[in-house]
Design a protein around this ligand. Structure first.
Ligand SMILES: Nc1ncnc2c1ncn2[C@@H]1O[C@H](COP(=O)(O)OP(=O)(O)OP(=O)(O)O)[C@@H](O)[C@H]1O
Length: 259
């Protein structure tokens, strides 16, 4: 491993839901978990439904807080972020959700949605430069022939997910968090969007956290993986190793369920 600074470090982080006052009503979603993401890595966070994967994604995106532990982003404790750092964080970290409807404004054309990201996070571009960038991004995600002046409902689910990916890439994020980005798509479309992820990872040196219950997809995309069970990391390591010769009995069970 290089001596570069990690992008993300979660140290013994835990999070509970429910009433803080009534300990018996508190349910633990996470923890403690420690997860590290180095620049240029594709890191899988894997597990069954309810294992805490989305909570990890939400904490990493700062969409939700946490109770204990520490979250360092590029070496800075996120709880001490200034307003400026919080704003910068939003352009450095992007998320792709399971359901692309959730990330696209239904009342804006898809081109306007991508331009909005450019206006916010890449200020100073002219309208012509933005339109050119939108066309480049659309080509990159396999939508070269699609009209950016159409609305989200005029596209298929797979196309909408491609647009959400284009929007996330528009800000050239330093970290892309993908929360089950294939799960809401038809099986045949999943394979095509998976191919897009493979080519984006190959061509962009993306740093990515890939949240998934799909071990086959994770084996294909990820360099390293963390396997979660009941809110804790039960196994971590190189994807090729963990997903072929698991050391933990839970990972072995998950793998056995796939074949
Ligand atoms: N807002 C919430 N309020 C209360 N409990 C929650 C909330 N969000 C998650 N939980 C609980 O935290 C635990 C982990 O949920 P989480 O959504 O992170 O799991 P997951 O592995 O992403 O599952 P899935 O794949 O089904 O989304 C679950 O027990 C869940 O019920």
């Amino acid at each position: 491993m290089s001596s570069a600074q990690p992008i993300v470090e979660l140290h013994n982080l835990s999070k509970s839901f429910g009433s803080r006052a009534l300990v018996q009503n508190r349910s633990f979603a996470l923890g403690p978990v420690s997860i590290r993401v180095m620049p240029g890595e594709v890191v899988g966070v894997l597990g069954e439904s309810g294992s805490g994967k989305s909570t990890v994604a939400n904490v990493m995106m700062r969409l939700t807080g946490f109770d204990d532990g520490q979250y360092l982003f590029q070496g800075r404790d996120v709880t001490g972020f200034t307003r400026r750092e919080s704003f910068d964080f939003k352009s450095k970290v992007q998320i792709i959700f399971q359901d692309p409807y959730g990330s696209l404004n239904p009342r804006a054309t898809v081109g306007a949605s991508v331009r909005e990201a450019l206006i916010l996070h890449k200020p100073g571009m002219s309208r012509a430069q933005m339109d050119k960038r939108v066309r480049e991004l659309f080509a990159e995600v396999g939508l070269a022939n699609q009209n950016p002046d159409k609305y989200p409902h005029e596209f298929s689910g797979g196309q909408r997910q491609r647009i959400a990916i284009a929007r996330a890439l528009a800000v050239e994020p330093e970290l892309l968090v993908c929360d089950e980005p294939l799960s809401s798509l038809d099986v045949s479309i999943q394979a095509q969007v998976l191919e897009l992820f493979v080519s984006l990872i190959r061509n962009h040196n993306l740093t990515m956290v890939f949240i998934s219950h799909d071990l086959n997809v994770s084996r294909l995309l990820c360099d390293r993986v963390y396997v979660m069970h009941e809110g804790k990391v039960v196994e971590e390591g190189q994807a090729a190793q963990v997903l072929t010769q698991p050391q933990h009995e839970y990972t072995a069970r998950l793998l056995a369920a796939v074949y």
